[in-house]
Write a protein that binds this ligand. Structure first.
Ligand SMILES: NC(=O)c1ccc[n+]([C@@H]2O[C@H](COP(=O)([O-])OP(=O)(O)OC[C@H]3O[C@@H](n4cnc5c(N)ncnc54)[C@H](OP(=O)(O)O)[C@@H]3O)[C@@H](O)[C@H]2O)c1
Length: 262
């Protein structure tokens, strides 16, 4: 047997997701994209979603032509149903579901508008809830569901009242579904990131100088004195997606450089 063949076989045995199919919502940016890259390196077949066509196409060109990149709004039930139909048609079933799409808007409590409230509840909570529900028929026995929460779900975070509450609702959902789904062999867990350097901060709806000031304050406050990289969250997602975490159910892994200890 040739050396090249041996090396290929070794790489295959080191891959943790060979033969598995993973759906990543919000896979065209930040944490979702970094996770898509890592899952791919570990041999997974991929479906990624987002709303923005351009970044979806860019992500696909990086990840590979065989990746299914679907424009799908996590806040719209019809889109979620269509996403699951397309997934079933292309891949038949799902081994990994990473419920990661989300938005964050910052505002002092008394200035939160009804529109901001509805947008965050619709995308961050309702969208995640129904993505899991509509994916269930496709999930294999021993499937793994991972939900991106946030350390704002357990820390008081000024100006993040709606967002923090949505992520706390998701944390609760993961515990409930941990018990409801384990009878079918399906494990669900959460990843709770602290401050991670992704485009989400630019989407807070705040002026640039305020954004920069917030980032500087977070860095100063952080025990590890820096933002996390999306790749550092992706490693936790890989652990929860793979059989390495086979006895972990309904739990939450915090990836925050110690921020939530303060
Ligand atoms: N970065 C942090 O510090 C941090 C901390 C804690 C938790 N999180 C959570 O991590 C997750 C990923 O965020 P990120 O930091 O990687 O930020 P990001 O780069 O802004 O990514 C957010 C992703 O969600 C997608 N998305 C947003 N609304 C959507 C919708 N209605 N339908 C479908 N996709 C939608 C976005 O795609 P489109 O724009 O194309 O729709 C994008 O791919 C979110 O759930 C966020 O709450 C982030």
């Amino acid at each position: 047997m040739s050396n090249a063949h041996n090396i290929q076989e070794t790489i295959k045995t080191m891959q943790k997701l060979t033969g598995k199919t993973a759906l990543i919502t919000g896979g065209n940016s930040g944490i979702g994209l970094a996770t898509a890259k890592l899952f791919r390196e570990h041999g997974a077949r991929l479906i990624i979603t987002g709303r923005d066509k351009t970044s979806l196409a860019q992500a696909r060109s990086v990840l590979g032509d065989d990746v299914l990149a679907i424009q799908s709004d996590a806040g719209k039930l019809a889109d979620i149903e269509s996403l699951m139909q397309q997934t079933q048609k292309q891949f038949g079933q799902l081994d990994i579901l990473f419920v990661n799409a989300g938005i964050a808007q910052a505002a002092p409590f008394e200035f939160v508008s009804e529109e901001q409230f509805d947008d965050m509840v619709t995308i961050d909570f309702k969208g995640a809830f129904f993505t899991i529900q509509k994916a269930l028929p496709l999930l294999t026995k021993n499937a793994s569901i991972i939900v991106t929460t946030s350390i704002t779900n357990q820390m008081g975070s000024p100006n993040m009242s709606v967002y923090g509450a949505c992520k706390a609702a998701l944390r609760s959902l993961v515990q409930t579904l941990g018990l409801e789904l384990i009878g079918r062999g399906i494990r669900i867990n959460a990843i709770s990131p602290g401050p991670i350097a992704t485009p989400i901060f630019g989407r807070f709806g705040l002026p640039d100088e305020v954004q920069q000031a917030i980032k500087a304050e977070i860095t100063h406050k952080s025990p590890i004195k820096r933002f996390g990289a999306p790749e550092e969250v992706a490693k936790a997602a890989l652990f929860l997606a793979s059989d390495d975490s086979s006895y972990i159910v309904g739990d939450e892994i915090v990836v925050d450089g110690g921020m939530s200890l303060l």
